[in-house]
Design a binder for this molecule. Structure first.
Ligand SMILES: [Zn+2]
Length: 239
């Protein structure tokens, strides 16, 4: 019944180990069908090389299973909050990629140190507040979603498609499941570059606002002139 949606989620999940974003069963991607109000997500605890499209679990926006025999990813309720709150997104990705997690564990946002970052967003990559004891006890995965939404307040989720959850790791999203994984890979690259920058020069400043704007607008909006007229495949688009 949800053949296409499950295939999209399956193929996006395979990108996680392929892009070096996770070991063993770490990480998960989902693909959202807005018209039907459901998303397909990785089953919990299943290694990537054992995944098949049929193993994907389809759930509604309350996280209840609509189709599938397995248990969905333990992060399912976080994905559901993001689909409910960020209108227009169609994919969510979560991983424990090393450098993004390092910034998460340090509870630090990633400053815009260079044009690689500015090509993708004009803001520092935001970090959430550490979660309160109450929230951890209440409904941990839902609260993780709420923390992301709260931190994004005042920002456009179609411009800032990535966040670092303090003490935990990255969540990214986008207009497709593949785009969400692409954003996770970009975030990991930016996180590693930023770490190296700070290692070489602990007081390295962010780049100038004019350079940030210039690079962002080369790739986004009406005046964009980067790439070819036809949109390249997002994974190939990582330059
Ligand atoms: Zn996690």
């Amino acid at each position: 019944m949800f053949t296409e949606l499950k295939r999209e989620a399956y193929e996006a999940n395979l990108e996680i180990p392929k892009q070096g974003l996770a070991i063993y069963t770490f990480g998960n991607v989902s693909a959202f069908d807005a018209a039907r109000g459901v998303f397909a997500i990785k089953p919990s605890g299943v290694p990537y090389d054992e995944l098949t499209p049929d193993l994907m679990v389809v759930v509604d926006l309350d996280g209840d299973i609509v189709e599938g025999s397995g248990r969905p990813s333990s992060d399912t309720k976080t994905h559901a909050v993001l689909y409910r709150e960020f209108a227009g997104i169609r994919g969510v990705c979560h991983s424990h990629s090393m450098y993004a997690v390092a910034w998460a564990q340090a509870c630090r946002e990633i400053p815009v140190f260079g044009t690689t970052h500015a090509d993708h967003l004009t803001e520092p990559i935001p970090v959430t507040e550490p979660m309160s004891d109450d929230a951890i006890e209440r409904d941990y995965e839902v609260e993780t979603g709420h923390q992301i939404v709260q931190r994004l307040r005042g920002l456009d989720p179609h411009e800032v498609e990535m966040i670092i959850v303090a003490c935990h790791g990255p969540f990214t999203w986008g207009t497709s499941a593949q785009k969400a994984v692409y954003n996770s890979r970009v975030l990991e690259e930016i996180a590693q570059m930023a770490y190296l920058t700070r290692t070489i020069n602990p007081i390295a400043p962010p780049i100038k606002e004019t350079l940030i704007r210039k690079h962002y607008l080369r790739k986004h909006g009406a005046g964009a002139y980067y790439g070819q007229v036809e949109t390249p495949d997002v994974i190939d688009g990582l330059k």
